[in-house]
Design a protein around this ligand. Structure first.
Ligand code: HEC
Ligand code: HEC
Length: 246
């Protein structure tokens, strides 16, 4: 292309500049990141794992993002980037998002419908069951009830406490294991020694969740994950004042 004058130059390049500025605008549109991914191709479309409605894929351990607090989502993406939360799938994706894209996609997911918990039977849960841990904790081991921080029925509390209701049981249990890690087991008789597993999630403020996860037994982790995994999603309109389980 032969460029002879500034005005002619603009006639050729102007529309191109306009197009690139539109494209970069589109990349910071949260909805577009969900559907098509970020500007860097390594930031794959979120919908392929977190589902088109953002409710995740419970059986695969892909969490729900729809209706989670924006600040919580953005924090997780920064924590994956910083290596405070280790995950082979999400770390490269989060690292490929710009800070602007993180904010945009977090805001777009937060604007989706929150989990809507179906009414629960009122009654005393069986001692030691998942519901018992969730609603009463195990104070003899300094384990508070989960609903103390995660809101009534585990619906979450903006901005820092994510919902547990509406998340898949597999994902919830994985997170508890990630915080707890596992101590080494010495060889005894015919059993082989098992090496310690370091926690892979180390991003909770003041080690709140690390302490709780490490204090739960494997059976309790599974039971409480299954309890919250079995709550929600009801089709009733969301009622922010609900305190059905308290
Ligand atoms: C290839 C599958 C895949 C894709 C694509 C994907 N994710 Fe994920 N995502 C996962 C998995 C698996 C986890 C759970 C990781 C774990 O167990 O710690 C996760 C976890 C997350 C979490 C943590 C949720 C929580 O409750 O703490 C956020 C936030 C997240 N992803 C955001 C995104 C965004 C935004 C995109 C699109 C830019 C995206 N993901 C694309 C698989 C994926
Ligand atoms: C003292 C407050 C507190 C209590 C009590 C508490 N949590 Fe949490 N929990 C948190 C905070 C804060 C986070 C978010 C940490 C972060 O920023 O990643 C969290 C996150 C989680 C997550 C990760 C959710 C996600 O989307 O990745 C799970 C799972 C969880 N908590 C389970 C439980 C269970 C089960 C109990 C009860 C046995 C419980 N929590 C009690 C404060 C609490």
């Amino acid at each position: 292309m032969h460029v002879s004058s500034p005005s002619k130059w603009f006639r050729h390049v102007g529309p191109l500049l306009l197009l690139t500025s539109l494209a970069s605008h589109a990349a910071t549109d949260g909805e577009s990141i969900m559907q098509k991914g970020g500007a860097n191709p390594a930031a794959m479309p979120c919908i392929s794992c977190h589902a088109p409605d953002g409710k995740g894929m419970a059986a695969a351990g892909f969490p729900r993002l729809a209706g989670l607090p924006a600040a919580y989502i953005a924090k997780q993406l920064h924590d994956f980037k910083a290596g405070l939360r280790l995950n082979p799938v999400m770390q490269p994706i989060a690292s490929a998002l710009t800070a602007e894209e993180v904010d945009a996609v977090a805001a777009a997911y937060a604007a989706r419908p929150r989990v809507n918990v179906a009414p629960q039977p009122v009654g005393t849960p069986a001692e030691g069951s998942g519901a018992w841990i969730a609603l009463r904790g195990a104070w003899d081991r300094s384990i508070p009830e989960c609903t103390l921080c995660h809101g009534p029925s585990g619906i979450g509390m903006d901005p820092s406490f994510p919902p547990l209701a509406g998340q898949g049981a597999v994902y919830l249990e994985n997170q508890l294991k990630a915080w707890a890690g596992a101590p080494a087991v010495k060889a005894k008789g015919k059993t082989k020694a098992v090496a310690a597993v370091a926690p892979t999630r180390r991003n909770d403020p003041n080690g709140l969740m690390q302490h709780i996860a490490a204090s739960l037994t494997a059976t309790e982790m599974k039971a409480v994950a299954e309890y919250f995994g079995s709550l929600g999603d009801s089709s009733e309109p969301f009622d922010d004042t609900q305190h059905r389980l308290r």
